[in-house]
Design a protein around this ligand. Structure first.
Ligand code: FMN
Length: 332
């Protein structure tokens, strides 16, 4: 979970028998190395590092962007034009940092790694877990050499991994329909993601053919996730319909809590968000100010539809509870 993956969370999860995870999208090679060093100081368990496959350069429309910046100035500080530039670290340098870190797994989202990088990963003995949101994406990932598919249902918190950014909303498929069909379509293991936050959902995912589950929002209220207090508190009050897919924070569609800002941005009178990653740059000042002010209505609060099931307990207890409850239900 990029931006919500302090080493403390992964250390607790890995030491409890799960796999830690680092969302490296926004991290420089030096920060990736520091994260890994901190993790290894406290855990000898497995971890994965995740990268987003870059989109083609966005089409820029200065007039539309000016309207968007004016809109954002109603919600936070004025947004200088240059906030849309240089938003992301260099992808190739990040890939090399991942290889140097030698995690058990490298995972991808929003597309497929280039063949040369896949070859380097394999030569280093690192497994590739590829996120897919459709059966076709899962098939393409298997054909490109993925070792496992992460089937991401539309319930999931955070960004949808659609290979085609424009299709994220129209291809939003629930995990109950997606998972068994992905399992039927590929011959590699499938990890279920989206709306899994208790033992019932873990058991259901395993029955539907998953080999493992990925829990995001369900871990966010643990103290090790170090979320802003207002965000953690809001998760406990967020019903499934109180989340929605929005492009208002980054320009790519992701599931977030329906805050005042998210709802205003969805109104027919609001200007459309700038493309990814320009919008991410434009919203930065507002997002930072919201965290400083503990103002949940302007905060970027990614959340899955099972947010209310997330427990405010140590991450190790959550992991043990998920497995024990699922095992009881499955009779194993
Ligand atoms: C705060 C947050 C950040 C996320 N960042 C990433 C990311 O950087 N890369 C990625 O592959 N998935 C990311 N996701 C999506 C998760 O990998 C996963 O698909 C999702 O959390 C599963 O649904 P759930 O939140 O209902 O458990 C993020 C999710 C959240 C909640």
């Amino acid at each position: 979970m990029a931006g919500a993956c302090p080493p403390s969370l992964s250390i607790a999860v890995a030491n409890a028998g799960g796999m830690g995870a680092c969302g490296a999208l926004l991290m420089s090679p030096a920060s990736i190395a520091a994260w890994v060093e901190e993790f290894r100081r406290h855990s000898s368990g497995p971890f994965q590092i995740n990268l987003w496959i870059p989109d083609p350069a966005p089409h820029r429309d200065p007039q539309a962007e000016a309207r968007q910046r004016e809109f954002l100035a109603l919600w936070g500080p004025a947004v200088p034009e240059e906030m849309g530039q240089g938003v992301l670290p260099d992808f190739t340098a990040q890939c090399q940092a991942l290889l140097a870190a030698r995690p058990k797994v490298i995972s991808s989202i929003m597309g497929l790694f280039p063949p040369e990088f896949v070859a380097e990963m394999k030569a280093s003995g690192i497994l590739w877990f590829a996120t897919a949101t459709t059966v076709d994406e899962a098939r393409a990932a298997e054909a490109a050499g993925a070792d496992a598919i992460i089937a991401q249902g539309a319930e999931a918190g955070g960004h949808r991994g659609s290979f085609d950014c424009e299709e994220a909303e129209t291809q939003a498929t629930g995990l109950f329909a997606l998972l068994p069909q992905v399992c039927d379509a590929v011959s590699i293991p499938v990890v279920a993601a989206g709306g899994i936050a208790d033992g019932r959902a873990v058991a259901a995912a395993l029955l539907l053919g998953a080999s493992a589950v990925l829990v995001g929002t369900g871990l966010l209220r643990s103290p090790e996730a170090k979320l802003p207090a207002a965000y953690a508190a809001r998760l406990a009050q967020t019903a499934p319909h109180e989340t929605r897919l929005t492009r208002a924070f980054s320009g790519r569609a992701g599931r977030a809590v329906r805050t005042g800002y998210v709802e205003a941005a969805a109104s027919p009178n609001a200007p459309p968000p700038a493309p990814y990653p320009v919008q991410r740059g434009f919203t930065r000042l507002m997002r930072e100010e919201a965290v400083r002010a503990e103002d949940a209505e302007r905060m970027q609060m990614w959340a899955g539809q099972a947010a209310r099931l997330a427990q405010a307990r140590p991450a190790a207890e959550i992991v043990h509870g998920l497995w024990e409850d699922a095992a009881l239900l499955l009779g194993c």
